[in-house]
Design a protein. Structure first.
Length: 573
């Protein structure tokens, strides 16, 4: 290509610079004519006007987050499927709350496994006192236990906002534990006074050079709380992410779907158009069906004013026609007002003289209505991570195999959501709680053990037992669990946790129950019932009844007659 001369309009070879520019333009023309990726082509009708623009994850969200969240909140308030989807997610991820299974790293903390296990029991007992307090001191608003805090935060995280925020506060007047959590509406986190984003401020979050959050700007009042004297609408408070010694202050849970995002976007965002279209379609069908259910009656006046004037020999003019037309219309209204036609369930309409009503007879709901709505609901369920059956509570077309496959698939997604939410929202709260109980000396450490302030990460290891996965066929799945435990393929801890149980608490409860039954002299279960002595069948048979041995003996005699070897009865080859 470099040896080929390119001539200009004067039939002379072009200089090197012009020749290079010409080659570049020729290459560009070839690229415009045919793209390597069809998805980047501009000649297809579906792609020709598709110009989505280049957005970063956070810039796309910053410009559209307010409108998007407002629309999704409207769906959650007014659409049954939107409310149902969020409720199903919260029920499956949070349920009635989480149970703590403390797992401090005994190796890093210079303890034996037994020592760490004993301390874990003590931590779990204190955590139960803290999270189940009837006075609700764990909640800054004192209206919820920890289960309620988790449920509210999960509704924000997996609902319209796509993120959950909270502030860990210190209650000086609390009787035992001063650590409390205040769940904050994400709409309150924003740039002060509507400032534009800059290098270190993104949608209310102050970041460093790596994008790590350093603090948050919270509006003192929700932007929708408009009432007399509310000065907090235009006042912001800056809250550090953590204290100087590392105690968490702000907890922020969201899924970073693209690198560089500092705020969360809801999983409902990609399907909001489908939800809106489905809702509108449902409204239109309902309105049409309601109109068809009302029998409409029309009273038609066949008298035409122009024919009336012609019959009277009058000079027909537009003014004359209008005058007669108005007089007849007024007379008609006065007559039917004085003597109205009242038929139950019927709407009677009066037509003007010469008018006729032509009605169509559409069938509603449309034959494709159910298929359209079901397709939209399947899209919604798939986007948020549950099954169509869970969203609609319609199990009419489900068998064991399909239900089992769906449960296994959905459970993986729910487990991932639960793990991420626990790491971002629950773990910082648990760390603040551990710091408090260690500072107060509520945990006695063995000699040589590493204190909390020297290795908080090792002390914060924990499992969070949420709602159980459930059983489709309890007998079959319980037998399978027993086989896995017997063959060392799993542990009692794991099997119990999958059903939302704490194996230690279950064992302690069973021990209490067994002791109580023993005091009463009652058997605890089939294993405690003494085996019945074997009875000689010959002594237990009815008169004239043959024993099993006698019956089998006669059958054997018929197969093998006495005195004739079996080999002799075979047919010759």
């Amino acid at each position: 290509m470099s040896d080929v001369a390119i001539y200009g309009p004067d039939d002379k070879p072009l200089p090197d610079a012009l020749r290079a520019a010409a080659r570049m333009q020729m290459t560009k023309n070839r690229m415009m004519a045919s793209t390597a990726y069809q998805g980047a082509a501009n000649d297809h009708p579906s792609l020709a006007k598709w110009r989505p623009g280049t957005w970063s994850g956070q810039s796309a969200l910053s410009w559209n987050r307010v409108d998007l969240v407002d629309r999704l909140n409207d769906v959650a308030r007014n659409d049954g499927w939107g409310a149902a989807g969020t409720s199903r997610l919260v029920d499956n991820i949070i349920g009635s709350g989480w149970t703590l299974a403390a797992r401090p790293n005994h190796v890093s903390l210079n303890m034996t496994f037994e020592q760490a296990d004993a301390i874990s029991d003590r931590i779990e007992a204190l955590w139960r006192d803290y999270t189940h307090d009837v006075d609700k001191w764990c909640d800054a608003e004192r209206t919820k236990t920890m289960a309620g805090i988790l449920g509210l935060a999960a509704r924000q995280r997996f609902g319209p906002e796509g993120e959950a925020m909270g502030v860990i506060v210190w209650h000086d007047n609390a009787p035992l534990f001063q650590t409390a959590v205040h769940v904050v509406d994400p709409a309150r986190c924003s740039n002060p006074n509507g400032r534009m984003d800059d290098e270190f401020l993104r949608d209310g979050v102050v970041i460093n050079g790596y994008g790590a959050p350093q603090g948050y700007h919270f509006r003192k009042s929700h932007p929708g709380e408009i009432f007399a004297g509310n000065t907090g609408l235009w006042q912001w408070e800056y809250v550090e992410r953590e204290t100087e010694w590392g105690r968490p202050i702000v907890v922020h849970a969201f899924e970073q779907k693209r690198a560089g995002m500092t705020r969360g976007v809801s999983d409902w965002a990609p399907i909001i158009r489908s939800i809106k279209q489905s809702t509108d379609y449902e409204d239109f069908e309902s309105q049409a069906a309601a109109l068809n259910a009302v029998m409409a009656a029309f009273i038609e006046t066949p008298f035409d004013p122009e024919e009336f004037l012609d019959a009277m020999g009058e000079d027909v003019s537009a003014q004359k026609v209008a005058s007669v037309y108005g007089e007849m219309s007024d007379a008609q209204k006065a007559y039917y007002s004085a003597a109205p036609i009242d038929l139950p369930g019927v709407r009677v309409n009066m037509l003007q003289p010469g008018e006729k009503a032509t009605l169509t007879k559409p069938e509603h709901p449309n034959a494709n209505f159910e298929a359209f709505v079901n397709a939209a609901l399947r899209k919604v369920a798939s986007a948020i991570g549950i099954t169509y059956e869970q969203l609609t509570m319609d199990w009419s077309n489900v068998n064991y195999s399909s239900a089992r496959a769906a449960l296994l698939e959905i459970w993986r997604g729910l487990t991932a959501k639960k793990g991420g939410f626990a790491a971002q929202f629950m773990a910082p709260i648990y760390r603040a709680f551990l710091e408090e109980i260690f500072d107060k000396g509520l945990i006695a450490l063995p000699a040589g053990a590493v204190p909390f302030d020297q290795n908080p990460a090792a002390w914060c290891h924990a499992d969070w037992i949420g709602p159980g996965r459930g059983w489709i066929d309890p007998l079959r799945e319980a037998q399978a669990a027993g086989e896995r435990i017997e063959n060392n393929l799993t542990t009692l801890q794991q099997e119990s946790a999958e059903q939302g149980r704490d194996w230690k608490m279950d064992a302690l409860q069973r021990a209490r129950e067994r002791s109580f039954y023993e005091k009463l002299g009652l058997p605890m279960g089939p294993a405690d019932v003494p085996a019945r002595p074997r009875v000689n069948p010959a002594d237990d048979r009815e008169p004239g009844e043959d024993t099993e041995e006698e019956v089998n003996g006669r059958k054997s005699a018929r197969r093998h007659p006495v005195g004739i070897p079996a080999i002799a009865r075979r047919k010759p080859a």
